[in-house]
Design a protein around this ligand. Structure first.
Ligand code: FAD
Length: 394
């Protein structure tokens, strides 16, 4: 049996970030994941200012932002009209590049075990982790970062409550202009034109030399519209966003359209000795609200900077220690905000009642006014630099 202080189960964004932070703090740890190199996967594909700011606190921002593509300028369209142009503050990065870049920051003394954890038995002192292939690991603490894989957690009496089934559906593809080398915009956020279309927004942003598209809709996986989107993506997109033609001109969709529905789910029965859940393993988020990576980074930053050093400083790993993480005010606020944003965006996109129609028009007017003000040379605006710090516009 191998012994370590911390066993991290799952090497996605949460587990890999935890492994890098714990390893860099000089704590003995083992990361366990079936994939030595994280494979291509349609997940979070850009980081915003707030995410970059939390990333700073993990010590990984420089490496990650170096591997990402900043957008120089963002156009915003509402009701089919271009309402605002502003400095970009986001960084495009494929999820596998993001995770593998973070893994590249894990120090050599932190061991990696390629395999699937099949069972975990926990207690107030030491935990035993069984890995496919027969290896057993003994650890003081297990950080469970195994994402959406519920089987392992069920074995430990940890439940998953789906609070909004099929909350939203994410669609990812690459887009290319026809007859021109590039689009007129660097990045574009185009909100749904009509609630009946069941669209939150389309976001176009650069990753390397490619324009990547994420479209967020509120449609059931069996909705025939999704099949149309897969079979004839450009035409289907224009049918719900006719105003896009004016901004993007002729375009083609150059790769296979990826479609992923997402449930909002929370965890129950997780307050146990010896084990802490982070990232999607603890709670999922709505991709349209763009809070998943923030939640992951907040969890791991709080856990590794604040709680683990305290827990290791005294013997035992009882449930009383672990509870401090789940009750961490910054984490609790981040989780609550993520959930609130998921429901707010859905109502803002779909609800036909007067208060929500008024909110949609208020947003239109806000962006439109900002757009007008920014055209005036007397109104310099501020921007966020690559590290999320707000600086005056050049
Ligand atoms: C389509 C889509 C689009 C999204 N877009 C955005 C966005 O725009 N902005 C945003 O902020 N968030 C977005 N998100 C959310 C964000 O991507 C997730 O919150 C984040 O990736 C979760 O990371 P994680 O490390 O918790 O889980 P994962 O990345 O899923 O990692 C889990 C890891 O655990 C491993 N594993 C599983 N079972 C075992 C086992 N038994 N033993 C060992 N290892 C195991 C897996 O191999 C994997 O490596 C999106 C999500 C989806 C699905």
């Amino acid at each position: 049996m191998r012994h370590t202080d911390i066993a991290i189960v799952g090497g996605g964004l949460a587990g890999s970030t935890a492994a890098a932070m714990i390893g860099r703090a000089g704590v003995d740890a083992i990361l366990i994941d079936p994939h030595p190199v994280y494979p291509p996967d349609f997940r979070c594909e850009k980081l915003d200012t707030l995410q970059a700011r939390i990333l700073q606190k993990t010590g990984l921002a420089d490496a990650v932002l170096r591997a990402a593509t900043p957008d120089r300028e963002l156009w915003v369209a509402r009701f089919g009209q271009l309402v605002e142009k502003r400095r970009g503050a986001q960084h495009g990065i494929h999820y596998d590049t993001l995770v593998n870049t973070v893994r590249g920051e894990i120090p050599a003394h932190t061991a990696f075990v390629a395999g699937k954890v099949t069972a975990i038995s926990t207690g107030p002192d030491r935990q035993t982790i069984s890995v496919s292939g027969g290896e057993d690991i003994s650890a003081r603490l297990v950080v469970l970062a195994n994402g959406l894989n519920v089987g392992l957690r069920q074995k430990m009496g940890i439940g998953r409550d789906v609070i909004s089934a099929g909350h939203s559906t994410s669609i990812g593809f690459d887009m290319k202009p026809i007859g021109r080398p590039a689009f007129d915009f660097c990045a574009l956020t185009y909100y749904g034109e009509r609630p009946a279309d069941r669209v939150a927004y389309l976001t176009l942003f650069p990753i390397g030399g490619v324009t990547r598209a994420n479209l967020f809709v509120y449609r059931d996986l069996h909705d025939p519209w999704l099949k149309q989107m897969r079979d004839a993506p450009a035409e289907t997109l224009l049918s719900i966003m006719p105003g896009l033609k004016k901004l993007a001109g002729d375009f083609e969709i150059t790769d296979f359209v990826k479609i992923r529905p997402v449930d909002l789910a929370i965890t129950t029965g997780h307050r146990q000795a010896g084990l802490v859940l982070v990232g999607d393993a603890f709670a999922t988020s709505c991709p349209a609200a763009g809070t998943g990576a923030l939640k992951v980074l907040m969890d791991v930053e709080r856990l590794c900077n604040e709680h683990i050093p305290r827990w290791l400083a005294s013997p035992g790993m009882g449930a009383d220690k672990i509870e401090a993480f789940y009750d961490d005010p910054a984490k609790v606020a981040c989780d609550a905000d993520s959930l609130a944003k998921a429901y707010h965006l859905r109502s803002l996109s779909l609800d036909g009642s007067l208060p929500w129609v008024a909110r949609r028009w208020a947003r239109f007017l806000l962006h439109w006014t900002k757009g007008i003000l920014r055209q005036s040379p007397q109104q310099p605006y501020v921007e966020a630099d690559a590290h999320g710090t707000v600086v005056p516009a050049r």
